[in-house]
Design a protein around this ligand. Structure first.
Ligand code: GLP
Length: 273
């Protein structure tokens, strides 16, 4: 896991955007997995600004969103599809047919979930999966206790998540109790993962994910099993990491440049160059 600690939320978004742009523009990552929540809002703002500056083009990009509430029509203000339209889709040149979303109003949950996995497979799998994290360590809507090999399916929201998400609804009673979500196993199939998190309310979940045991009680901890994970967080979200200074020294990409400089100097000294 590569951990980058930034001074604040704006810096997290800029750093995350740099990575997204690099993967889409330079590395041909044309299938993206996308999250909702407050965490990615600034990153989506950067992506829109980058598109307007003509730095990034989405015309041949496909997107798969992580999850959707059960029982909310697309037009509902709090549906995740509506959130994505408002924060990203309406402002960039993604083709409507290339936007893939779980249908929270389907009358056949199993077929809907299986078809979603099938579409991902047909497109060669997700190249870059962007994630936020819940206060209880959930990724997508994979709440504590979800099997770490789970595939796209329907899930029951934890009380903590309903409490956290009620801020977007008139009351906690209006928050749907269920959702459709990519599974932890589905997320782990992505070629690369980018996790972003900010704020002290995420500090426990982040510490558990990076330094805790791999456990379904913090489904994000399953990312320890993945070989290509970038975690970009602010100081507040990093505040409970015991090895924070180590990540600061070694976590960023500058480390590779430093390493090569050291190696080249050592080669020169040994008369190899
Ligand atoms: C929701 C979403 C998650 C998201 C989490 C954190 O439950 N299903 O994908 O990561 O909230 O949200 P926020 O970024 O608003 O803290």
């Amino acid at each position: 896991m590569r951990v980058t600690i930034c001074s604040n939320e704006a810096a997290v978004a800029k750093e995350a955007y740099k990575l997204v742009r690099d993967r889409v523009v330079n590395q041909g990552a044309k299938v993206l997995g996308l999250p909702t929540g407050s965490s990615p809002i600034k990153l989506y703002g950067e992506m829109v600004a980058g598109y307007q500056r003509k730095e990034i083009d989405f015309s041949d990009v496909h997107t798969f969103n992580l999850d959707e509430y059960l029982g909310l029509p697309v037009e509902h203000e709090q549906s995740y599809r509506n959130f994505m339209n408002t924060n990203l889709f309406n402002h960039v040149n993604l083709k409507a047919d290339n936007i893939h979303f779980l249908d929270g109003m389907t009358d056949d949950l199993d077929s809907e979930c299986m078809a979603y996995e099938g579409k991902m497979e047909d497109l060669g799998g997700i190249k870059l999966q962007i994630l936020g994290i819940g206060r209880d360590g959930h990724i997508g809507f994979n709440e504590p206790g979800t099997p770490l090999y789970s595939r796209t399916g329907y899930v029951t929201l934890a009380a903590e998540t309903i409490e956290d998400n009620k801020r977007f609804f008139k009351s906690a009673d209006e928050v749907p109790r269920w959702a459709l979500s990519m599974g932890v196993g589905t997320i782990l199939d992505a070629r690369e993962i980018l996790m972003i998190a900010t704020g002290s309310n995420k500090a426990d979940a982040i510490a558990g994910m990076i330094e805790g045991p791999i456990t379904s009680m913090n489904t994000a901890s399953a990312l320890q099993l993945h070989n290509e994970v970038n975690i970009i967080i602010d100081e507040a979200a990093a505040s409970k990491l015991t090895r924070k200074e180590y990540y600061k020294k070694t976590g960023g990409s500058a480390n590779v440049a430093d390493m090569y400089a050291y190696l080249m100097a050592a080669r020169k000294k040994a008369g190899l160059d």
